[in-house]
Write a protein that binds this ligand. Structure first.
Ligand code: G1P
Length: 298
């Protein structure tokens, strides 16, 4: 089955980013030159996915405006806006973008279950809206789709995290591996370090078999009293039906202040036009004779 749909949960209140997110949705905060959510959507488009289902809270007007409305002709005609930006945005406007309101924040599993009616009986992708994954080769979603196509199983993106971070993620325990593909035997949501010896963390990209909806609809609340997506995925793991892909790419958790700032700096450094200037600025900033607040000439 070809993966055509993605579910992107962005209904959270983004309390870790308050007050920046009081009136602006977290997904709309910019990283260097575009909103967080645009990176995520561009990533899935690269994998051939054009049906985009956003799970939102009631305040999704700016998201709708950004992704669904045509670009104002004055912007299109402005000398400040390069053709490259306009052309790449057209790919987004070509997609079919739907919104589903999650009325109560009952957990990630509940958010995904909201998409059941619209996904129907297809297998689908899930991409968390507060994680950007940058890859030099294929996008992480494309890499996952390749594994799904080959094995016809649910596959989740994982990466190794340091011991002190294990309790911040859904963790995958495995028995066998073939190169960078792990056969999962158990998934645990945000375990204490003592609860697992694995440090393979799920980072927010998944290709899931449709049966997950059935599992989710019977899922009891788990960690923090929430319907956990990880617990539902663990049911597939128990049946030997779940793989982990240690993908090629770099993860940016942009849902907290430090991660957000780091991503801004790094995406700035990746930008051809500004890279050298930013590098020089950063070098000067950390040198002994330059103090924060000093004027800086570009
Ligand atoms: C969610 C998931 C967790 C996953 C993480 C990745 O947690 O529940 O399994 O590892 O995203 O960012 P959250 O960070 O939203 O609390």
């Amino acid at each position: 089955m070809k993966i055509k749909k993605v579910v992107i949960p962005v209904a959270g209140l983004a309390t870790r980013m308050f007050p920046a997110t009081k009136a602006v949705q977290k997904g709309m905060l910019p990283i260097f030159d575009r909103p967080i959510l645009q990176y995520v959507i561009e990533e899935v488009i690269e994998a051939g996915i054009k049906d985009i289902i956003l799970i939102v809270n009631e305040d999704y007007e700016t998201i709708d405006k950004h992704f669904n409305k045509d670009i104002d002709y004055r912007i299109k005609n402005s000398n400040n806006v390069s053709n490259e930006y306009i052309e790449s945005f057209k790919k987004i406007l070509d997609c079919n973008i739907n919104f589903i309101i999650q009325k109560e924040q009952k957990g990630l599993g509940d958010a995904i279950l909201c998409a059941k009616e619209i996904v129907k009986d297809e297998d689908f992708c899930v991409a968390l809206g507060d994680v950007i994954i940058d890859s030099n080769k294929k996008s992480v979603t494309s890499q996952l789709v390749d594994v799904y196509d080959k094995y016809q199983k649910t596959v989740v993106a994982v990466e190794t995290v340091s011991e002190d971070k294990v309790s911040m993620y859904g963790i995958l325990e495995w028995d066998k591996r073939e190169d960078n593909i792990y056969n999962s035997v158990r998934l645990i949501e945000k375990p204490e370090r003592s609860q697992t010896s694995s440090n393979l963390a799920m980072v927010g990209r998944y290709i899931v078999k449709n049966e997950i909806f059935d599992i989710l609809s019977h899922q009891n609340p788990g960690k923090n009293g929430e319907i956990q997506f990880t617990d539902a995925l663990n049911e597939l793991s128990k049946k030997n039906e779940l793989l982990g892909l240690n993908f090629d790419g770099k993860t940016y958790d942009v849902g907290n202040r430090l991660g957000y700032l780091i991503a801004n700096v790094e995406f700035g450094l990746k930008d051809k036009t500004n890279s050298e200037k930013i590098k020089e600025y950063l070098k000067n900033l950390v040198s002994s004779d330059f103090r924060i607040g000093d004027d800086y000439e570009f």
